[in-house]
Design a protein around this ligand. Structure first.
Ligand code: GTP
Ligand code: SPV
Ligand code: MN
Length: 607
């Protein structure tokens, strides 16, 4: 095996890239260096390496062809926001939304950690394109990693390998991303199935030099550095500097019964429904929804003044629990083969299982920790942040144009989060500035996608709180500024909430496929046919005629009225929190947002 690996040669004429790879190899001292070409042979090699190491096991070829199951270390199951740093030169540029460390001090800390950190391992050189290869909206990154699991995942999640090196050419720019699981194998020590460094995790970004260094974790956004680290934290800084938007948004295409199509983006925090909505199967007859992306949108202005979006990723790293035939049949089909599952349970017939996959749990399974599990067990079979990793091309609802290098024109942006009360099912901003304000006061209950307490309400502006690579006050200003551009035709902004609950904690709105009813109303608003009523908080669908289509919907008229009511008392009670939240951003808070808050208060008090 070692020989096969070392046979790979760098097929790049980029002196800067070669010098950097040499420099990092000298620092981290891997046994060998493997330049990833993205070939099928290489995929086979990575899979075999992972099987030999016990990191993954093959699932049944009849039940789940071409698929693998990985079990992570229980200390490495989600993003670690308290170990994520933005090391801008000046603390004020990182803002109160980020953990800041002095870049020089951080470089010294990391240098010590990375020194020799890849001993006994292979360093994979993973060139990748975020966005369609060669698109004017795309960028190149190169990740160095000592994890074969990460290299294999990057192959799914990005356009990885020789084609990315070809785009880079001899002198192109790339974002350097250095990753180590932080578990060197000294003197032939035996490896563990999921090497990581539970005590010493660092997810570090240098925004000015556009560099990423990640240490100690092999899981998801901590380790697949093209995703949150590059495509959001670093890209948000690039977008600010260059006049575009890098956002934590799904992108979908809606086609009406008349055959007209529109593209809509949606910013919901982690584990708040982006993947599900991006692949939704409408319950409304004759409406069609197709998928462009499920997590990240890069949007640049076209000559016509519209924002054109690409999905920078080429795969899905989706939440497994809750994914079932009723909630997301497209995803069920998509993961039926050629998928890497992480922290799901394994059934006795060599398949995977998770809570919400089927109505009936298996009588016995091996849980995500590798232990016997039965429906009587106290803990879930799959970790709540268990994920599937699969190529986007496997998704039956992909829109044919999902890889169009020109991107797709965005007509509307949805904002949303988990709010058990106050926030109605949907309301529309009166204009871009009002919509920016809505985004700035977004809040949501925390989920299992990040380490920490679950179900705690926190402000998460534009779903970017953990992902904005600079001061959020500057980020709000950037949203306001892009709309000032000559000839800009900004998307309309809508705030949705699928997560209202009754007094017993049950969801008031059935969600999933029924969300198509809200998409249809948004569509009609964009095309100018839809009705809305002006309220103190914005534009709402009329209850009944002309509003949300309720034919065939199993929700009582009373509940619909509750979902679409303006809870004036509830909003008034939140105003002091909104103010306190916005004031955190100090001098950098655009005055327009305080003016919006004052105006909202005035309208609410006027009734
Ligand atoms: P990240 O990948 O972490 O960014 O998450 P995401 O925003 O893509 O969330 P995803 O679609 O994976 O959904 C996360 C959880 O929310 C799953 O358990 C879903 O079952 C649940 N969910 C998604 N859509 C709805 C909905 O319309 N209603 C309800 N009640 N739950 C939903
Ligand atoms: C999220 O947490 O928003 C995710 C999962 O999409 S991760 O890739 O781990 O960031
Ligand atoms: Mn996400």
């Amino acid at each position: 095996m070692a020989n096969t690996v070392s046979q790979h040669q760098a097929r790049t004429a980029h002196p800067g890239l070669k010098a950097w790879v040499d420099e990092i190899a000298t620092l981290t001292q891997p046994d060998q260096v493997h330049w990833c070409d993205g070939s099928v042979e290489e995929q086979g090699l990575l899979v075999q390496t992972l099987i030999d190491a016990g990191t993954v096991e093959k699932l049944s070829e009849t039940r789940r062809p071409g698929s693998l199951l990985a079990r992570s270390d229980p200390a490495d199951v989600a993003r670690v926001e308290d170990r994520t740093f933005i090391c801008a030169q000046r603390e004020v540029d990182a803002g109160p939304n980020n953990h800041w460390r002095d870049p020089e001090e951080m470089r010294a800390t990391l240098h010590a950690l990375f020194e020799g950190s890849m001993r006994g391992r292979t360093m994979y050189v993973v060139p990748f394109s975020m966005g369609p290869l060669g698109s004017p909206i795309s960028y190149i990154g190169v990740q160095l990693t000592d994890s074969a699991y990460v290299a294999l995942s990057m192959r799914v999640m990005t356009r990885m390998g020789q084609p990315a090196l070809d785009v880079l050419g001899a002198d192109g720019d790339f974002v350097p991303c250095v990753h180590s699981v932080g578990a060197p194998l000294l003197d032939g020590a035996k490896d563990v199935p999921w090497p990581c460094n539970g005590e010493n995790k660092y997810i570090v970004h240098y925004p000015e030099t556009r560099e990423i260094w990640s240490f100690g974790s092999g899981y998801g956004g901590n380790a697949l550095l093209g995703k949150k680290c590059f495509a959001l934290r670093i890209a948000s800084v690039m977008a600010r500097d260059e006049g575009w938007l890098a956002e934590h948004m799904l992108i979908l295409k809606v086609t009406s019964p008349e055959g007209e199509a529109r593209y809509i983006a949606g910013a919901f925090p982690s584990a708040c429904g982006k993947t599900n909505l991006a692949m939704v199967v409408p319950t409304l007859p004759d409406w069609k929804v197709e998928t462009i992306g499920d997590d990240i949108a890069w949007m640049k202005f076209g000559e016509d003044g519209q924002l054109y979006a690409v999905n920078p990723e080429s795969g899905f790293f989706g939440v497994a629990p809750g994914t079932g035939a009723r909630t997301n049949p497209n995803a069920v089909d998509m993961v039926s083969r050629d998928t890497v599952f992480t922290n799901c349970a394994r059934t006795d017939d060599g398949d995977v299982w998770w809570e919400g996959m089927t109505g009936e749990p298996p009588a016995h399974a091996i849980d995500w920790r590798g232990q016997d599990w039965t429906p009587d067990s106290e803990s879930p079979a799959a970790h709540p942040n268990a994920r599937f990793t699969v190529q986007a091309a496997r998704c039956p609802s992909m829109a044919p144009e999902w890889e169009d290098p020109a991107g797709v024109p965005i007509s509307a942006i949805m904002l949303g989060g988990r709010r058990p009360n106050v926030i109605p099912l949907v309301h529309e901003a009166t204009d871009w500035e009002h919509g920016t304000f809505m985004g700035s006061i977004m809040s949501s209950e925390t989920t299992i996608a990040q380490a920490g307490e679950v179900g705690k309400l926190r402000f998460d502006p534009m779903a970017m709180l953990p992902f904005c690579g600079y001061h959020m006050g500057d980020y709000f200003a950037h949203w306001l500024t892009v709309a000032q551009r000559e000839g800009a035709r900004m998307p309309r902004i809508f705030y949705v909430n699928w997560f209202r609950r009754d007094d017993d904690g049950a969801f008031l709105w059935p969600g999933f496929g029924e969300n198509s009813r809200v998409l249809a109303w948004i569509f009609r608003r964009i095309t100018g046919e839809g009705e809305a009523v002006q309220t103190p908080i914005g534009l709402l669908p009329p209850v009944g005629e002309g509003g949300i289509e309720t034919d065939g919907l199993d929700v009582s008229p009373e509940t619909m009225a509750e979902l679409l009511a303006v809870d004036t008392e509830g909003w008034l009670a939140q105003l002091p929190q909104f103010r306190e939240h916005l004031e955190r951003f100090g001098d950098k808070l655009p005055p327009e947002l305080i003016a919006q808050l004052d105006a909202l208060e005035e309208r609410l008090r006027a009734g």
